[in-house]
Write a protein that binds this ligand. Sequence first.
Ligand code: ADE
Length: 227
Amino acid sequence: MRIDIITVLPELLRSPFEASILKRAQDKGLVEVHLHNLKEYGQGKHNQIDDYQFGGGAGMVMMVEPIFECIEKLQSERKYDQVIYMTPDGETFNQSHANQLSLQENLIILAGHYKGVDQRVRDHLITMELSIGDFVLSGGELAAAVVSDAIIRLLPGVLNDETSALTDSFQDNLLAPPVYTRPAEFRGWKVPDVLLSGHFQKIDDWRHEQAYQRTLNRRPDLLDDKK
Ligand code: ADE
């Protein structure tokens, strides 16, 4: 898989991809992440990428030309499955989006800034608009990193068995059950007996029941759309 991220702040996005699982995934050749500085496509001697909005009002708008130039250059080099725009008014990103996107070959992610991008970019270039939650970040970079992380860890070979993505919260619309490690007792607080029993069926049943109760208590909405 290949992910191309377009941003005015590539330096903000470098470190998330240079550590731990995301770095290992790239080192193993399972994913390529390319950062593109939109300013390189800016206009005039100041490489302008934003301008005042028509009709007046506070806040700058990201201009249509630099974004088209950058994305069309990429699209002339390979076919992209989705051109994603990170924006607080997009669809709320969830595990199901992550699963679907992890099956794609090439993705572009555009990180918005200022008041957002000229609407013509959204109308004629973007194929998917995603938000990572009902709050406003100072730019789409961290949101792009969140979405990329959630996708990349699902690629075959990225995680080892111990950290298998199949047992994650949300993967079956249930939150993950509680987990414990040594010692079996700390300050009088004991690990549930069943986990020490060696009885795999009982452990499985206990985990499923705990996952269900936790979901019922914390996120009953997830049970509503259980297929
Ligand atoms: N840009 C600013 N806030 C955002 C959010 N919540 N999700 C995605 N992109 C954003």
